[in-house]
Design a protein around this ligand. Structure first.
Ligand SMILES: Nc1ncnc2c1ncn2[C@@H]1O[C@H](COP(=O)(O)OP(=O)(O)OP(=O)(O)O)[C@@H](O)[C@H]1O
Ligand SMILES: [Mg+2]
Length: 323
């Protein structure tokens, strides 16, 4: 059984690639076989963060039919049990991924043999990124404490939920049309909450409303708060929780709080992974905590509610252990 963990963000530069690389290493150090895939097509740089030279064929070769499958593109890394599939650093121009190639690629990802397959995605809400994100109901969304990053994380979550609803109904169905109109904001002067959309779907067909609710309930992405400077910063996670509650009638769960760490930003420049070069750094310790949570609960179980932000408090305690 393969656990797939797509790693996405609304805003760019919030630390997805650094997280993908180091989380993969941590999981491998805990005896799991891990493949991390660079799916930031057009902006591939995972190899740099892993300290691997850009001379291997990657996903770009599969998209351009120069490689038959992606298993053949797997590269070994310095860490035992940790493997890597490069992006399109050698063959650029694949950012525009044709639909049929995307389907073939999704199928290939499913067929990889590993305990964990981590997907380092590009930032933003393009359909390609969202479709990779939706290959799992338990992806990670990375944000920083800054307001733009938090609002963009919210937008990413909303776009993913709408895309999920769209894909829950067959093409040309009245239900799909209703979702599309909602996405294009054609429905004017109406309450724009997701709840309204679900009610509209129920009005078309009661069963469709149930399908939509079930799809949304199963969708449990978790949030990583990165580059926090103080334990106080973590409170800002509560703002994301609130805006998601108010506008999406949904609840987000936080899985990790990673500190701003000079050693973390230094290691890519030194062309090596933080966990290998600075295993005692604050960043490395926080990554191990994150990996432990992923291992304990690769797929979050029943929807959880944290009315008093208990998960955030617990993460803050990890961040600044009592003296
Ligand atoms: N916790 C951290 N402490 C210090 N520096 C960090 C931390 N996390 C990430 N960085 C640095 O921030 C920069 C951006 O990180 P990274 O490339 O991982 O972001 P990204 O989300 O993948 O960006 P993009 O959207 O461009 O793909 C890098 O220089 C990285 O080393
Ligand atoms: Mg990146």
């Amino acid at each position: 059984m393969q656990y797939r963990i797509p790693i996405a963000s609304g805003k760019g530069g919030v630390g997805k690639t650094l997280l993908s690389a180091n989380l993969a290493i941590s999981l491998a150090q805990q005896n799991k076989t891990v493949i991390v895939v660079d799916l930031d097509l057009g902006g591939s740089n995972l190899h740099t963060v892993l300290g691997i030279r850009n001379r291997h064929q990657g996903i770009g070769h599969f998209i351009n039919r120069k490689a038959e499958n992606i298993e053949s593109l797997v590269v070994e890394t310095a860490q035992e049990r940790h493997f890597f599939i490069p992006g399109d650093g050698l063959l650029t121009g694949t950012a525009n991924l044709p639909y049929w190639r995307k389907l073939a690629l999704l199928k290939q990802l499913e067929e990889l043999t590993a305990d964990f397959v981590l997907l380092d995605l590009g930032s933003g809400t393009t359909f390609n990124t969202i479709d990779f994100f939706l290959t799992s109901e338990a992806g990670l969304i990375v944000t920083t404490p800054d307001t733009t990053a938090i609002l963009n994380a919210y937008s990413f979550l909303k776009a993913s939920m709408l895309r999920l609803l769209q894909r829950s109904f067959p093409g040309k169905s009245a239900e799909r049309q209703a979702v599309l109109e909602f996405m294009e904001e054609k429905v004017e002067g109406q309450d724009r909450s997701i709840q309204t959309l679900v009610a509209n779907l129920s009005a078309i067909n009661h069963e469709s409303g149930r399908t939509a609710e079930a799809a949304l309930a199963r969708f449990r992405p978790r949030v990583v708060m990165n580059m926090g400077r103080t334990a106080q910063d973590i409170r800002l996670g509560g703002r994301l929780r609130q805006v998601v509650r108010n506008n999406l009638q949904s609840d987000v769960e936080f899985i990790a709080y990673l500190p701003q760490d000079e050693l973390a930003s230094r290691s890519p420049l030194e062309r090596s992974a933080t966990l290998l070069t600075y295993p005692q750094s604050k960043y490395a310790v926080a990554i191990h905590n994150c990996a432990r949570r992923v291992l304990n609960e690769p797929v979050p179980e029943t929807p959880k509610l944290f009315p008093d932000n208990e998960d955030l408090k617990e993460l803050a305690e990890d961040f600044s252990p009592p003296r």
